[in-house]
Unconditional design. Structure first.
Length: 98
């Protein structure tokens, strides 16, 4: 295994950890402290931590895959997400702006 392959495995692991943090936030709320009662740590704190870990690995991959954020692709993705959120609102599946 080379460095790039190792970092790609780490990227996959971090993506899974972000997914787990998102699931906990959806199940219990962003402000919930489970399983960290009494620590002051919340699911939002956990999500932020996992996103930072993910971004750290992405930054390590920069020289490996010669990648950078493409503002055009980001705008296209945001517009697509908004379009589908509007569709979900029209169907009564999604409510509110929060």
């Amino acid at each position: 295994m080379n460095r790039q392959q190792h970092l790609l495995i780490k990227l996959s692991e971090e993506c899974n950890e972000v997914g787990k943090a998102v699931s906990k936030a959806l199940l219990f709320g962003l402000d919930d402290g489970y399983p960290y009662p009494g620590t002051g740590r919340t699911n939002l704190d956990d999500l932020k931590h996992e996103l930072n870990d993910l971004f750290a690995v992405v930054e390590m991959l920069y020289p490996e895959i010669e990648w950078k954020i493409d503002g055009g692709e980001v705008r296209v993705k945001k517009a697509k997400v908004e379009r589908f959120m509007n569709h979900a609102q029209q169907r009564g599946i999604l409510n509110g702006n929060k």
